[in-house]
Design a protein around this ligand. Structure first.
Ligand code: UDP
Length: 337
């Protein structure tokens, strides 16, 4: 198979690149290196079936350099992370909407299959017990930049669905719920690398709000094979699939667990939301996936426990002998977000 991956130098994209090279694919990666990094691809840079193109998904010529001639395309490139989205809403909107449209057009012209990476953010503030894919979306005002990511990804999904319906594009959508693992950086606010890094450095773990908000973390090595199986399944086209963890944990309990497990001397610091984020920021209280659709179609059954996730993330930094990226740790700095 000839596979193109947009965002292949990012956290999930680089794991997918390695997985597909190991399965025998030719892999061409397009990445503008804005949040991704070549370090993530260090192990595959010299692989004979690997090709890297530096460029933006907003540039059709650059997209064609990886997509033309491909059998399938994994579209993972996006402006992600709360910090970036809140600080640069225009960039996030343009990249996530126009960039996806460019990738859809290029994939259609190439006659390839497309897997579109979307997000649990599309459900917004819907805090139901477990969210099936047809759940209603509860979004805040479009004038609050926090919601631009969810809005843009919702448009992306609608575009993909329309390309499937009107042009017959074979496109499947996955909604990723807090995927975590080695190579995810805390620089853009993600909680697991942030808290693990703080615990390893002996700094206070910054838990926003009262810490009762919860998430279901999924491990990248559980998610990546499911992306491939969904892209390969003809019954997936025109559909969306949740991919998330099965264990719901509050952020406070997560912080306690990290300290305990890493035998860290750190304590926990509760940071009020108005200090952690720009004023008016709204957090999601809870986000629990119903994975049954992906389980039934491709046998998605995430096995990695939260304890294994924490130790793998912690160990990955020790293995490469460098300290985890110092994330935003001080409330004063956080307020600047
Ligand atoms: N969070 C936290 N401390 C941090 C970073 C994040 O308490 O240092 C919280 C954040 O407010 C949210 C949860 O952890 O409630 C998950 O945040 P993340 O940005 O990882 O994912 P998302 O909000 O997109 O689910």
């Amino acid at each position: 198979m000839k596979t193109a991956i947009t965002g292949g130098a990012g956290f999930i994209g680089s794991h997918l690149t390695e997985y597909l090279l190991a399965s025998g694919d030719e892999v061409a990666v397009l990445d503008d290196l804005s949040t991704g990094s070549l370090e993530n691809l260090a192990d595959v840079r010299r692989h004979p079936r690997f090709r890297f193109v530096e460029g933006s998904i907003l540039d059709r010529a650059a997209v064609d350099r990886v997509v033309a001639g491909a059998d399938r395309v994994f579209h993972l490139a996006a402006a992600v992370g709360v910090k970036l989205i809140v600080e640069e809403p225009l960039r996030s909107l343009r990249t996530n909407i126009h960039g996806t449209e460019t990738v859809l057009d290029a994939t259609l012209d190439a006659g390839a299959i497309l897997l579109l990476a979307s997000t649990s953010e599309v459900y917004g503030k819907n805090a139901s017990d477990s969210l099936p894919e047809d759940s209603d979306r509860i979004l805040g005002s479009p004038l609050k930049s926090r919601w631009t990511y969810a809005a843009a990804k919702g448009i992306d999904e609608a575009f993909a669905h329309a390309y499937w319906k009107e042009f017959g594009l074979r496109v499947a959508i996955v909604r990723l719920f807090n995927t975590v693992g080695p190579r995810q950086t805390g620089r853009y606010g993600m909680v697991v690398p942030n808290l693990v890094g703080q615990a390893q450095r002996g700094e206070p773990l910054t838990v926003f709000g009262d810490g009762t908000q919860s998430r279901c973390f999924s491990y990248v090595a559980d998610v990546v094979p499911a992306l491939v199986r969904i892209a390969e399944h003809p019954a997936a086209y025109g559909q969306a699939f949740n991919l998330g963890g099965t264990y719901e944990v509050s952020i406070l309990a997560l912080a306690e667990r990290i300290i305990d497990q890493l035998e860290s001397g750190s304590d926990i610091r509760l940071v009020p939301y108005d200090k952690a984020y720009a004023p008016g920021y709204e957090d999601m209280r809870r986000r629990v996936p119903d994975n049954s659709k992906a389980r039934e179609l491709v046998g998605f059954n995430p096995k990695t426990t939260i304890a294994e996730i924490i130790s793998n993330v912690a160990m990955s930094w020790q293995t490469v002998m460098r300290a985890p990226t110092a994330a935003v740790t001080e409330p004063a700095a956080l307020a600047a977000r």
